[in-house]
Write a protein that binds this ligand. Sequence first.
Ligand code: XMP
Ligand code: MG
Length: 188
Amino acid sequence: METIRSIAIPPLTEDLERVLIDADTIQRRVNELANQINNDYKDIEEPLILVGVLKGSFIYLSDLCRKLTVPHVVDFIAVSSYGKSTVSSGNVRLLMDTRENLENHHVLIVEDILDTGYTLEYLVKNFKSRGTKSVETTVLLEKPERHLVPVDLKYVGFTVPDVWVVGYGLDFGEQYRTLPYIAEMKRK
Ligand code: XMP
Ligand code: MG
């Protein structure tokens, strides 16, 4: 079978300091996490509901769900805590709810990055109050230095330092989301 390789890796622009995690490393880790999830949910009776937190998780979710062998459905939620700022306000608002009824289902929240923890703390509590069978979390990235509230993370891709990161779904003012790697923004 023909192997299709990604051809163009966009170069760093003048706003980006360095590549923190390259595309191949991300794919290898996503495979490992998918294997763990496949193993942990192999005995469930009804499909696992993956809930991606828009927008940042959409690329991680797309890669992850295509490696899953357990029955699953994909849904999304939108929340707002930062507005246009890069500092969490701690005040999480639900902008768009899931379409699926989560009751009596195992739910896995898929998030791009855990920073202060406010977003996932809010979502886990909210979903647990809906009569779910279980609520777990997966984040591609975690910034351990910035946690303000404890969140029980089940599947973590990578830890990153306290810098603003972009790429693979993560943005700065909606730019850089579709880079295939994770890069650090230059401090301005
Ligand atoms: P909390 O503080 O609630 O925040 O854990 C999680 C949300 O903050 C956003 N976030 C980032 N987005 N680069 C980004 O593109 C970053 O370095 C970064 N740090 C936090 C992100 O939307 C996440 O869902
Ligand atoms: Mg986000």
